[in-house]
Design a protein around this ligand. Structure first.
Ligand SMILES: [Zn+2]
Length: 221
């Protein structure tokens, strides 16, 4: 089975992707990981990926499609793949469908983690990071013993510039604008299921797992 997992940045999609892939015996394909791996491989394609990443530009659609489709069509797990971070645009979704159809395969289900913007903004803007040991705190949900200071090494905690409300809201609105047509496309095909992503990690995982089992098939373990 081939699954697509959608969800806004900060919704915990990466964590769910790893667990769901394991539960259904699927190969977890994260577009970010794949691009980094291709780059490291030093192939001609990898060098092209690197030139975009280094200049801070978005890697263009056709390159992403080329990198990812090669893996989708040749999964290391016979059960199939779970796509995380791809497709991101309607054009990518259509390219994916075409490639899968050529191989007599298809997207079996699209699971969308639904989380309103507000809790995501709160989660991310409250984040404080230790520059020394990398520990992550949250001013409300996971505060250090002493305000602004790391419990482990007493370093002053940092509020990353990417973690401001303005940046997070901008990222979310870009995500929604890009994903809406994608969701409409899959909804039109009857492939979309929505899962409430606001609960804790375990509850969200069980809900997603249930939806996939009901719609596509049982988990292996
Ligand atoms: Zn620390």
């Amino acid at each position: 089975m081939n699954l697509v997992l959608l969800g806004p940045p900060g919704a915990g999609k990466g964590t769910q992707a790893v667990r769901l892939a394991e539960a259904f015996g699927l190969q977890h394909l994260s577009s970010g990981d794949l691009l980094r791996a291709e780059r490291k491989s030093g192939t001609e394609l990898g060098r092209r990926v690197a030139s975009y990443m280094d200049s801070g530009a978005l890697v263009p659609d056709d390159i992403i499609v080329e990198v990812i489709l090669a893996r989708v069509l040749n999964p290391t797990k016979p059960a199939g793949v779970l796509l995380d971070g791809f497709p991101r645009t309607l054009a990518q979704a259509e390219a994916l469908d075409k490639a899968l159809a050529n191989a007599s395969k298809k997207v079996d289900l699209v699971v969308s983690l639904v989380v309103p913007d507000e809790p995501i903004v709160e989660r991310i803007t409250g984040r404080r990071v230790c520059p020394t040991c990398g520990a992550v705190y949250h001013v409300k949900t996971l505060p250090p013993a002493k305000e602004g200071v790391c419990d482990k090494d007493s370093s002053a905690l940092v509020h990353r510039t990417d973690d401001t409300a303005e940046v997070v809201k901008e990222r979310l609105s870009a995500y929604h604008a890009q994903t809406r047509p994608l969701e409409d496309y899959y909804r039109g095909k009857g492939l979309m299921v929505e899962v409430d992503g606001t609960a804790d990690v375990e509850t969200v995982f069980q809900a997603a797992r249930r939806e996939i089992s009901n719609r596509v098939g049982e988990a292996r373990a």
